[in-house]
Design a protein around this ligand. Sequence first.
Ligand SMILES: NC(=O)c1ccc[n+]([C@@H]2O[C@H](COP(=O)([O-])OP(=O)(O)OC[C@H]3O[C@@H](n4cnc5c(N)ncnc54)[C@H](O)[C@@H]3O)[C@@H](O)[C@H]2O)c1
Length: 401
Amino acid sequence: MKELRIGIIGTGAISNLHVQVWQKMPGVTVVAGCDIDQAKLAAWGEKYGVRNLYTDYRQLLARDDIEAVDVCVHNNLHTPMAVAVMRAGKHCYSEKPMAGSYLDAKTLYQAAGTYGVKLAVQCSSIFNNQTRIAKRLIGAGKLGKVYHVRSVGHRRIGRPGVDFPLSTDFFSKEIGGHGPMFDIGTYHVSQMLYLLGLPKLESVYGVAHHEFYTDERLLKGKAYEVEDLAVGLARFENGLSMDMYEDWALNIDEVGTSFLAGGLGGLKLTNIDVYGGRIPNPELYKQRHPELEFFGFEDGLMVDKKINCALNESAEQLLDPNIIWFDNNQHQWAAYLRGDLTDETRINTPLICLHTMLVLDGIFLSHKLGRSVTAEEIEALSESPAVRRQVTPWGEFTYDF
Ligand SMILES: NC(=O)c1ccc[n+]([C@@H]2O[C@H](COP(=O)([O-])OP(=O)(O)OC[C@H]3O[C@@H](n4cnc5c(N)ncnc54)[C@H](O)[C@@H]3O)[C@@H](O)[C@H]2O)c1
C-alpha cells in the first residue's frame, strides 16, 4: 500500500478527532503539524508523537515529503489556507463549512482544478448508511416525485464557545462568519442536496435572528456577533422546495427533523450525523445512530415503518470490506488519493458543498435585502469574508488568492 504522508494545519479542537483517525489508518503518517498557538501546538505534538511542528504554515508547505494537507483552521480561513495548500502542489482535505460565502467556496473549488490536486471537504452527514439507503430508495422511485424537503437542526442550548468549551471564533463575525446555519446547516442542507442529485437552485428567502438570552459572563469578554437561529425557503427547478431551519439555542424543546416528501412516499431522517460518524466516535454513533422512517403506500395500503439502518450496517460491512470508504470522509479521501476511488466513484464533496454554499449564502443575502433572491443574484452579489491578513505572534500572514 502506498504510504500517504500528511500535514495538519490548525491543531485545535477538531484536529484531535482527525489525527486519531489518521493514526489508526494503515499506510498514513502524520508527518507535521502547524498552529499559531505555540503552546497548543507543542502539547498536540507531544500527545500524538508528531515531531515536526511549525508556527508558520509556509514552512510546513515547503516540505517535499508531505503530499497532502488536512486544513483544520476556522471557517473564514478555509479558503485562504486551502488555496495556499493547493498552490503548493499538495492535495487538500478541508473542514466544513466549505467557506464563509459562495464566492469563497467557488474560489476554493476552482483552485483544485487550477493546481491539479485533489480536494475534499468534510461532510460527515453523507458518509453513513442512512444517506446511502435513502439515496437507494429515492433512486428506486419509492418516494415517487419528491416535491418538498425539510432540513432541520436544533439544540435546546448549544452555542459553541458559549455553552460548551470550544473556540470563541465560532461566534466571531470575522473568523466564524455565521452561526448555526453555516456551522450545522451545512451538514443538513448538503445531505439533502446530495440525496436530491444537486437540483438547480432558482431562489431563496431567508431570515436570521440573534435574540436568545446570553449570560455575558459566558462570552469571555468577546462579542457574540452571529445569528443563533436562521430559517430559509429555497425553490429549485421543477417546483421542488426546501425549507431550512437551524438554531444553536431556542426556547422550545423540539422542532422535528429533516424529511423528504414525495407523492408515493416520505422519508424521515433522524439522528443525522454531525459528529464525524462511526469511525472516530463509535460509542456516540451507536447511541445516536442515523436512522430512517418510511411513510407511504405498499400493496395499496398506507404504511409507516422504520428502516433499521443500524442492523443493516453489519451486513454491509461483511459484504463490502471497502464500505469504510463511504463511512468516513478521511478514509474516502485517502482512497481517492491512492487512486482506489476516482472522480467518478468518490462522493464529490467539494461540488456538493459548493451547491450548499449557494443556498446558505442566499439565506443571508435575502435577510440583508429583506426580499427573496435568485440564484443568479446570489452568484453575482456574493462577497468574500475570507481572512486576507492575519497578525500572529510570528509575523503577519497575507493570503493571496
Ligand atoms: N470543534 C468541533 O467540534 C468541530 C466539528 C466539526 C467541524 N469543525 C470545524 O473545524 C474548524 C476548526 O474548528 P475548531 O473547533 O477545531 O477550532 P479551534 O479554534 O479549536 O482550532 C483552530 C486552530 O487553528 C489555529 N490557527 C488559526 N490561524 C492559523 C494559521 N494561520 N496557521 C495555523 N493555525 C492557525 C488556531 O490557533 C486554532 O488552534 C472550523 O471550521 C469548524 O467549523 C469543528
